[in-house]
Write a protein that binds this ligand. Structure first.
Ligand SMILES: Nc1ncnc2c1ncn2[C@@H]1O[C@H](COP(=O)(O)OP(=O)(O)OP(=O)(O)O)[C@@H](O)[C@H]1O
Ligand SMILES: [Mg+2]
Length: 401
């Protein structure tokens, strides 16, 4: 087994892996057991590596199940909700989940839960990997995920914070170690904001925090640029290889003080400049109560390639196809870097696509060799995939064949 905590960058370069070896690596959930998770009192499923289709009426627990699967990866799950909300109402409080996963590091038992027995922190979840207590961040080395959920319909028109989250999930998928700088930046910025509120703090206290913000902030901006460059290169290569496809290609750019500076100057200079900027902006930031420049305000700019128009100006159907294309490209990128396609969670996606796009989506998922989890209310939607997928009926907190 490879060192469990190695990041992708320490692994064999993708070019060094044979195509055959790469094709053999699969990531998939084999067993899933839920206890008091949302509307599931107790539920279990046994699965193979093929795509999973969840069929059930509205309100039966399809999205909840996808949310549970998303918690096998690092982060707070696909709804990003507080962990206490995931505990079944009318249950004992707290929830638990156990899974056997064919992971990037071989078969592994993953357990995660919240608030049941001896939770160490009030807000974090417990994570056990192969019998050892770990941080949720360690899951990134075993399970990678991408998802499209209805809440992302407004990604291109809504607030920049949503696009930033999307961008940073991409960054973390490429380099899980970036969770370190992200945490450091947020903590230093929050402490600086608190000093403003308390109307105190010596100049050296501010300077120390601003140096931490600059060090971590420049690392974040550089990793974001790297992520966008890699994804753009993959999108370009796919276009050249396949020609125009059912999902329009995206042209990506980053808007942000540090990201822009890094495209023109070396990182050390950008870091020094940002320290000076923060120091000079102290009075202005004090009045605002927060830092008015930095990577916490950056935005991901997405252009609909074939139309050469901002994604936000496109029709809702065009935006959905663009988003799906972007997420599928991200899944291919993760496969190139890690050797296995991520779990692909697609909530209420298939039913909203026209026939040609739906068939193209199924083809893409089979080609990726991803254990995709798709939801729908109607079996007919998935008829052409039925022989190559595992179809599960979800009915009021029960998962059946
Ligand atoms: N903590 C909880 N405890 C108990 N039930 C919950 C909890 N959180 C959500 N639910 C309920 O779980 C049910 C299933 O929700 P879910 O979002 O999974 O439905 P769905 O099958 O995806 O439906 P739709 O097709 O409408 O999207 C809902 O009735 C919801 O109110
Ligand atoms: Mg749902």
């Amino acid at each position: 087994m490879r060192a469990a905590l190695s990041g992708y960058r320490e692994r064999a370069a993708p070019e060094a892996m044979g195509e055959a070896a790469r094709a053999e690596s699969r990531l998939f959930v084999q067993e899933l057991r839920l206890t008091n998770f949302r509307n599931y009192e107790r539920a279990a499923a046994s699965l193979d590596e093929s795509p999973v289709v969840l069929i059930g009426d509205n309100g039966t627990g399809k999205t909840n199940l996808l949310e549970a699967v998303s918690l096998l990866g690092a982060g707070q799950g696909l709804r990003g909700r507080p962990y206490e909300e995931l505990a079944r109402k009318d249950g004992p409080g707290g929830w638990a989940m156990a899974a056997t996963v064919m992971s990037l590091e071989g078969v592994v038992e993953i357990g995660t839960g919240f608030g049941l027995s001896g939770a160490s922190e009030a807000t974090g979840r417990n994570v056990r990997i192969a019998g050892k207590d770990q941080s949720a961040g360690a899951l990134a080395h075993y399970v990678q995920l991408v998802w499209v959920i209805p809440e992302m319909d407004g990604l291109f028109t809504g607030p920049a914070s949503e696009r930033r989250r999307f961008l940073d999930r991409l960054m973390l998928a490429i380099d899980p170690k970036m969770s370190g700088p992200r945490g450091r930046y947020d903590r230093a910025m929050r402490q600086r904001n608190r000093l403003f509120q308390m109307r105190e703090g010596s100049p050296s206290l501010y300077a120390g925090l601003e140096e931490q913000m600059a060090e971590a902030g420049v690392a974040i901006a550089a990793a974001r640029l790297d992520a966008i460059a890699r994804l753009s290169a993959l999108i370009q290569a796919t276009r050249e290889a396949r020609g125009p496809g059912p999902f329009p290609f995206a042209v990506l750019a980053l808007e942000g003080t540090l990201e822009r500076a890094l495209m023109e100057r070396p990182a050390v200079e950008v870091e020094d400049d940002y320290v000076s900027l923060l120091s000079e902006a102290r009075e202005r930031d004090r009045l605002a109560g927060r830092a008015l420049a930095g990577p916490h305000l950056s935005d991901l700019i997405v252009v609909h390639g074939p139309h050469n128009a901002p994604a936000g100006d496109c029709s809702s159907g065009e935006q959905k196809a663009l988003l799906l294309g972007l997420v599928l490209a991200k899944a291919r990128l993760i496969r190139e870097l890690s050797g296995a396609a991520p779990l692909v969670l697609l909530d209420e996606v298939a039913a909203h696509l026209d026939h040609a796009r739906r068939e193209a989506l199924f083809g893409e998922i089979l080609d990726l060799k991803a254990q995709a989890w798709m939801t729908g209310t109607d079996r007919e939607t998935f008829a052409s995939l039925a022989s190559q997928a595992q179809i599960l009926a979800v009915n009021r907190g029960r998962i059946g064949a």
